[in-house]
Ligand binder design. Structure first.
Ligand code: GLC
Ligand code: GLC
Length: 625
């Protein structure tokens, strides 16, 4: 009765064919070389599969049998620069116990592939995708680390920059030398007519330090599309050769034992005249096709798509409509992050409730969020005028307030941050600063006021409790479990001084970590032990599985943000007091949400009602079952 594919590879090919070929047909079908391209791609996939080590093929099967492996409450991530955390890849091994004790099961190494020399945008300007940054070690070191992590039940995430390469990449050098085949891998123009026309509708990413989106190179007489920095040349994804090369690179990394590919800056991969050239429909065809390729040749691997965009646009990275559940497995919940900071500054969660309720569905298919409060990048105030307007706020005024609040200039602000990329034309001002400094720890310690320090610690722990329960993989950015404050040392480093994001990319302070561990009563100790406890409770609570619906609830008190996680075993109602005052939520409301036992999972204690009111201390967080 054998019909259909017989080998595992052919079965995988058949399974994902509908996600692959029709997308490619729509992207490249009109080209004379289309059939040849398809044959070459099939060969690249087959080669990738043939080269896949047996233990990873076994992992592919295991994850096919447990496709929710990354949605489980046991998942919790930690994000760091290799050199700043542990020196090099070999050094990371010595720190794995620390991560285990913290409750981490997913490790994101910030860019580890060979960067250009000098300023490389923190490694996001890659000149060789098949080599490790020699300062961190070599490919064998990465494989050893991947092995060690797998042995401990931890996953490995690395960055893959798809939108651009360094101008020192071999393809770029050949292009600069005049080879038309390589020039076609980038977006190059003979004069500035088209660049000027595109610029009419483009949004500048680094207006301060890298103005414009194109760079003119008189040496070879071309204008090159450079969305980010001059040294980062945008790839031409309309050329199928780029697709082919990138799939081969992806599979090579997958076969080293990488579990999660963080696809960097994906929104920018397709350009269309008259648009912002972000999140174009073709981006989703590309991402769905790329996803199909890993599902065929390395199905243990999932894709985290980095698109830091507004709420409605963000959802498209999980595949909306025809692409539903067929694109990214993970995407950053940028809106949750922005709304955390917004509500903290205003002491009012109504905008947060509105945005998260209106734009986000309770469940995602085959996907979950990467939830975070801080990362290595700046914070952009992605609050639309419409959403602000729905709450009677002016969008520009609210965004300006947030920048003033978080750079510390707003009277009474507890935050210490710096502006990033001020754009006088749009009024846009993004913010840099570490979690602890933005949450008030730096100012609190400087003032010597223990009350201010207490509040800052509670803001941090509330943030960690929020990302640990909302649904998705919580990502802790290195040092945020210790309350590391801003590092102004970047001003002394010539390659970094122009980029205030280095303010919140300090080196790990291992002495502080040791003190925190030994002294749970110190400020750093309370943050570390508090964070550990949150992740431990999360791990033990299957109800927080990423596939269980997250329903935003109006607590009736603007100070208190609420949502319910609808687990089959019963709802978990999570409450967060975003103010430094005591707040109340009525027992009636809680019972109406299905809370019967009044048991707080987070503190593992029963909470008492007073006069049928739940009383929440400043910045309280509770997960009621
Ligand atoms: C991503 C990175 C950011 C980098 C940019 C360009 O957004 O997170 O750090 O500057 O891509 O590669
Ligand atoms: C913009 C981009 C994002 C990038 C960031 C770096 O927000 O959309 O991809 O990480 O700039 O600052």
């Amino acid at each position: 009765m054998t019909q259909g594919p017989t080998t595992l590879f052919d079965m995988r090919m058949a399974r994902s064919a509908p996600d692959l070929w029709p997308m490619l047909e729509r992207l490249y079908g009109g080209r004379a070389d289309y059939d040849a391209f398809c044959r070459q791609l099939a060969q690249v996939l087959r080669d990738g599969w043939d080269a896949r080590p047996a233990d990873l093929q076994r992992l592919d099967l295991m994850r096919d049998l447990e496709p929710d492996w990354f949605q489980r409450s046991q998942m919790a991530g930690y994000v760091f620069y290799i050199d700043r955390f542990a020196g090099d890849l070999a050094g990371v091994h010595d720190r794995l116990d620390y991560l285990r004790d913290l409750g981490i099961s997913y490790v994101h190494l910030m860019p580890c592939l060979m960067p250009r020399p000098g300023d490389s945008d923190g490694g996001y300007s890659v000149m060789d995708y098949r080599q490790i940054n020699p300062a961190h070690g070599n490919m064998a070191d990465l494989e050893r680390l991947a092995d060690a992590l797998r042995g401990r039940g931890m996953s490995l995430c690395i960055d893959l920059v798809l939108n651009h390469t360094a101008k020192e990449h071999d393809w770029a050098r050949r292009a600069a030398a005049g080879d038309p085949e390589y020039q076609d891998m980038y977006l190059m123009f003979d004069d500035d007519t088209l660049p000027r026309a595109y610029e009419q509708s483009l949004v500048e990413i680094f207006p301060d330090t890298a103005p414009g989106s194109f760079t003119h190179y008189p040496e070879f007489g071309k204008w090159v599309w450079t969305t980010f920095n001059e040294h980062q040349w945008d790839l031409n994804w309309a050329n199928p050769r780029v697709f082919l090369e990138m799939v081969s690179i992806m599979l090579n990394l997958a076969n080293k034992g990488v579990d999660v590919l963080r696809l960097d800056a994906v929104a920018f991969m397709w350009k269309r005249m008259g648009t912002t050239c972000q999140s174009q429909p073709e981006v989703h065809l590309l991402l769905r096709a790329l996803r199909a390729c890993t599902r065929i040749a390395a199905s243990a691997v999932i894709h985290l798509e980095e698109a830091i965009v507004g709420p409605a646009e963000m959802l498209t990275y999980f595949g909306r409509g025809e692409h539903d559940g067929r694109q990214g497995n993970l995407a950053y919940h940028n809106s949750l992050m922005v709304q955390y900071w917004s509500a903290l500054a205003t002491r009012d969660t109504r905008l947060m409730t509105h945005v998260l309720d209106t734009h986000f569905p309770p469940v995602l298919t085959n996907a979950t969020y990467a939830t975070y409060i801080r990362c290595h990048d700046d914070i952009g105030w992605a609050v639309t005028d419409e959403d602000a307007g729905a709450l009677g706020l002016s969008g520009p005024a609210h965004r300006a307030f947030l920048s003033d609040f978080y750079d510390g200039s707003f009277p009474g602000s507890f935050a210490r941050g710096e502006l990033f990329q001020v754009n006088p034309e749009t009024g846009d001002r993004r913010i840099s600063g570490s979690f602890a400094s933005l949450a008030g720890l730096e100012a609190g310690l400087a003032s010597g006021n223990p009350g201010a320090v207490d509040l800052a610690i509670d803001r941090i722990l509330m943030g960690h409790a929020l990302i640990a329960s909302f649904g998705g993989i919580p990502l802790i950015y290195m040092g945020d479990e210790l309350g590391l404050t801003n590092d102004h040392g970047y001003l002394q480093v010539p390659e970094h001084a122009h980029d205030s994001r280095w303010l919140h990319r300090p080196a790990m302070d291992w002495d502080r970590a040791a003190r925190a561990s030994a002294d749970p009563a110190s400020a750093e100790g309370r943050i570390l032990h508090g964070t550990r406890a949150i992740l431990q409770r999360r791990r033990q609570c299957d109800g927080l599985h990423g596939a269980h619906p997250t329903q935003i609830r109006d607590s009736g008190n603007p100070a208190v943000f609420a949502f319910a996680r609808l687990a089959p075993s019963g709802s978990i109602v999570c409450l967060f007091n975003f103010t430094e005052s005591w707040q109340q939520v009525s027992g009636d409301w809680l019972r109406f949400q299905g809370v019967a036992a009044m048991r707080d999972i987070l503190s593992d204690a029963t909470v008492a009602l007073h006069d049928d009111m739940l009383v929440l201390p400043p910045y309280a967080r509770v997960w009621l079952s």
